[in-house]
Design a protein around this ligand. Structure first.
Ligand code: FAD
Length: 597
């Protein structure tokens, strides 16, 4: 008789052969064959018991963002599976390879309206690139392998629904269960010289260029800086791409729109040429950010995105780094231009403003001084798992990032609650690196039960909660669009006590003066292997809205400018027009369009 293996175990071997190290989920009757197989294989693959399936799915998606590798999660039939959906949508929107295994009633009860039994495929149809119910024990490893190949190839979510009885059935032993050894990446497209020459010609003639770098430039930050210096073109980034560049590069404008910086929103209306590279900026059309731009050069590796956000003058189908290096060779070196000087001076003025906020030494504790403490304690290769809300915006303004670090969040789906799961997987993926999760209190409350998961697995993560008892990001939107506030404030909670009850080391910061000591002690705890939580009770003032600046006397009334400056402690913040005029450039005005929100 041929040797046999339980088909559930063969399915887990498929995961092992694809290099999966962790799988996140919660058991249930309908997924117990997978649990049994994970028990059998526990030396080779680590089951991570989260406290909510949503956290498991978000951890799987964030794993893919931190490592580039497949994230895997599971949930039982019915609610266990549907709890995954938020994390799965996060993966879908950010094009991350994720496999979700969903439990199903045993084949004997399928289509019988049995307990928690339903037609599962339609539930996952929209979120997935592959979505199949396993029909026989023999095909189970094959379906898992197919799902993984599809998730990688189509950069999305693959869902496998598994009737519980099938995983316990015996199937013949095979030498290999997966096609992992055949996996290859697409090579970079060959560079098309005429396109590059056309771009170089425009760039040589252009006087006011901005390089707008999206996450397609990750790993090529230094090359982008070389082009920036040669062309005297400042660099704008999408909000999720700050960590590709050293925070102190003198011509780093920052990002546009709301999760953004002042110099970028002011620069775009004045630019004549944009190099849109590795970038799919989703606010392009709705905010009309490129309205005044005359020449638009796009570099992207995905033909589906070429010409998508703005009509291209020149289109370059290429890897961002390949194209930027080649373009840099082709363009002529410019000497320092008025455009460069005006932008560098505007950036300098913005950075002085930001630094003043961060280094304020007395008065109410504000979020800025907390970032100052984080910067002082962050390692040069620290990993930041960032939640969604004000912290998304403030972290890109105030964290001093560099390309050795990683900053990841829920980019396009923008789901709250992603900070804790992201830190959980980051620490498992990079045990030797310092890992932070930064969340607002609104987002933290959505997933705080999983602080217990960090403690249970003895993960030394520093979790910072910016607590001001409000959904600040939405409150600010209501200030701009609504007749009053509703639903944006809530009761404060003693998060340090919650954390302590879960076995974490915890601190409450209430004053600027306490920050140094608290962060020093937190760092020592982390080094000693403890999970740490810092509950920072910050004031609830609005961070400066760089999309609604009221600074320029040419378009605003003096009394409004004064009010704005007082509210945002912006006495020394100058409008870009001042720096442009000092260089003999006539400023162009276009207020930032909020794009429908
Ligand atoms: P993606 O959308 O992933 O696009 C990357 C592009 O690069 C794609 O076209 C891809 O094909 C291409 N690419 C990939 N690899 C390569 C390669 N090797 N070579 C060439 N091309 C490549 N962002 C902002 O900028 N401003 C905001 O105000 C803002 N607000 C936000 C608010 C919140 C609360 C949150 C959570 C996020 C916000 N974001 C904001 C982020 C925003 O939602 C988008 O996720 C982000 O702008 C997209 O950045 P991207 O275009 O670089 O990434």
């Amino acid at each position: 008789m041929a040797d046999t293996i339980k088909s559930g175990i063969a399915a887990v071997r498929v995961l092992e052969e694809w290099g999966v190290k962790h799988i996140f989920g919660i058991p249930g009757g309908s997924i117990n064959t997978l649990m049994d197989a994970l028990l059998a294989e526990k030396e080779k693959i680590k089951y991570v018991q989260v406290r909510h399936e949503e956290v498991g799915a978000m951890a799987a998606s964030m794993h893919a963002k931190f490592t580039g590798h497949l994230g895997v999660c599971f949930g039982s039939a019915g609610p266990g599976g549907t709890h995954l959906l938020n994390g799965l949508y996060d993966a879908r929107e950010d094009h991350m390879p994720v496999l979700a295994i969903i439990g199903q009633f045993s084949t004997s009860g399928m289509n019988m309206d049995a307990f928690q039994e339903m037609n599962e495929n339609p539930i996952y149809a929209d979120v997935s690139v592959y979505n199949r119910t396993v029909m026989t024990a023999d095909q189970l490893p094959h379906v898992i392998d197919e799902a993984i190949r599809q998730a990688y190839a189509k950069r999305g979510v693959a869902v496998v629904e598994l009737p519980v009885d099938l995983g316990w059935k015996d199937i013949p032993v095979r030498k290999f269960y997966s096609s992992a050894n055949a996996h290859r990446k697409y090579p970079n497209p060959a560079l098309n010289l005429p396109d590059l020459e056309a771009a170089a010609k425009i760039l040589n003639q252009s006087e006011k260029t901005i390089i707008f770098a999206g996450i397609g430039t990750r790993g090529a930050g230094e090359d982008v800086i070389k082009l920036s210096r040669k062309l005297k073109a400042p660099i704008a980034v999408t909000a999720i791409n700050f960590d590709s560049f050293p925070h102190d590069y003198e011509a780093l404008l920052g990002s546009a729109n709301r999760v953004a910086t002042k110099p970028t929103n002011e620069a775009f209306p004045n630019a004549d040429t944009v190099v849109f590279v590795g970038n799919n900026y989703p606010f392009s059309e709705v905010t009309h950010v490129f309205e005044n731009v005359k020449n638009f050069i796009q570099i992207d590796i995905n033909i589906a995105n070429l010409g998508k956000r703005h009509p291209d003058e020149v289109t370059i189908l290429a890897d961002a780094g390949d194209a930027i290096r080649e373009l840099t060779k082709m363009v002529s070196e410019k000497t320092e231009t008025p455009w460069w000087r005006a932008n560098v001076n505007n950036i300098k003025n913005w950075r002085e403003y930001v630094k003043n906020l961060e280094t304020k030494a007395s008065g109410d504790l504000e979020l800025y001084q907390v970032y100052n403490a984080i910067n002082e304690h962050a390692k040069t290769d620290a990993i930041f798992s960032i939640d969604v809300g004000d912290v998304t915006q403030t972290s890109i303004r105030h964290l001093h990032m560099n390309p050795k670090q990683m900053w990841r969040t829920s980019n396009l789906f923008a789901t709250m609650g992603v900070g804790i799961p992201g830190a959980l997987t980051a620490k498992l993926d990079f045990p030797d690196r310092q890992v932070w999760s930064l969340s607002g209190d609104g987002a933290f409350q959505m997933v705080m039960q999983d602080l217990a998961t960090q403690v249970q697995y003895k993960l030394p993560i520093v979790n910072v909660v910016f607590a001001n008892a409000q959904y600040g990001f939405i409150k600010d939107e209501q200030e701009d669009t609504n007749t009053g506030f509703l639903g944006v404030e809530f009761m404060d909670v003693d998060y340090a006590k919650v954390a302590e009850a879960m076995g974490a080391k915890s601190y409450t910061a209430r004053n600027i003066e306490d920050l140094k000591d608290i962060f020093d002690r937190a760092e020592k705890d982390r080094e000693a292997g403890y999970t740490v939580l810092i509950d920072a009770k910050i004031s609830n003032e609005r961070p400066i809205p760089v999309e609604l600046l009221v600074l320029d006397p040419a378009i605003h009334k003096p009394e409004d400018i004064q009010k704005f400056k007082v509210r945002y402690a912006a006495e020394n913040l100058k409008p870009f027009s001042e720096f442009l005029q000092a260089e003999g450039i006539k400023p162009v005005y276009k207020s930032t369009d909020l794009g429908g929100f």
